[in-house]
Design a protein around this ligand. Structure first.
Ligand code: 5GP
Length: 130
């Protein structure tokens, strides 16, 4: 069965898209640790990150780098934190999180955002993606 992220990539479930190419899709996390919390997902469905080939892993990191650069420009923050977990959704994804404290990396403190705020954040990040 297709993962929830595959359904998002195919447009069967809506998302706040930040960036996309033929291999990857980046969109805002629906339950963000902080404003701008973004997930970068390979379109090819794989469960665990270290089951990717070295080439796929490198390509994922390169794409995540470009998304992180856009996040740094769009979202005022101390730095961009990066994390890979995958316990909730078994489809490889990199969390890129604009952080100001360790609490922002702990997946406990959550930000409540309106759909207008999600739309605006996604547009700001997307505008800075190169
Ligand atoms: P993990 O699998 O790394 O533990 O966490 C999965 C992440 O995906 C969580 O931060 C969760 O909020 C996010 N997530 C789960 N379902 C959806 C969804 O349908 N849409 C979006 N945008 N994010 C989701």
């Amino acid at each position: 069965m297709a993962s929830i992220f595959t359904k998002i990539i195919k447009g069967e479930i809506p998302s706040y898209k930040v960036a996309e190419n033929d291999q990857f899709y980046a969109f805002l996390d629906i339950n963000p640790n902080a404003k701008g919390h973004t997930l970068v997902v390979p379109k090819k469905e794989e469960n665990k990150i270290f089951d990717l080939s070295e080439e796929e892993y490198s390509a994922l990191m390169n794409f995540s780098y470009r998304v992180a650069k856009a996040l740094e420009k769009a979202i005022p923050c101390e730095r961009i934190g990066m994390s890979v977990v995958g316990l909730e959704v078994p489809h490889v994804h990199v969390h890129l999180i604009p952080i100001n404290s360790m609490a922002d990396m702990q997946f406990m403190k959550k930000e409540e955002l309106s759909s207008e705020e999600f739309v605006s954040l996604a547009a700001q990040i997307s505008a800075n993606f190169k």
